[in-house]
Design a protein around this ligand. Sequence first.
Ligand code: AMP
Length: 121
Amino acid sequence: MNYDENNIFAKILKGEIPCKKIYEDDFVLSFHDIYPAKKIHALIIPKGKYIDLDDFSINASSEEMVGLFKGINIVAKKLGISTEVGRGYRALTNISNDGGQEVPHLHFHLFGGEKVGKMVE
Ligand code: AMP
């Protein structure tokens, strides 16, 4: 499967579609999910063109990998849900059809601001 240049997150990255931005640096963009499933529901995406976590794990540079994982913590801190402030959250990524992925640009969901339960429906 090739990367779809016109997926919705690619359009957000290109500035063609607006988003409620939380954080941005050289490696990641984070914004609020348009249909929040929990009190806090953020998304964080790498700036590189990666379809999913498998694609990212195989093809991303070490710098991009560090950037994404550091980015998750930075966003959690900004949202006040990180363990540094005694809270917690769920970071989740869906992978391809069987994983329930709808948008084919790698993204982590960050759910928090309340008990998220054992699983997210
Ligand atoms: P997934 O099913 O893991 O691919 O998740 C895709 C997520 O993207 C869903 O939670 C959607 O609500 C969210 N989403 C879709 N379009 C937008 C958008 N324009 N801005 C923010 N979030 C979006």
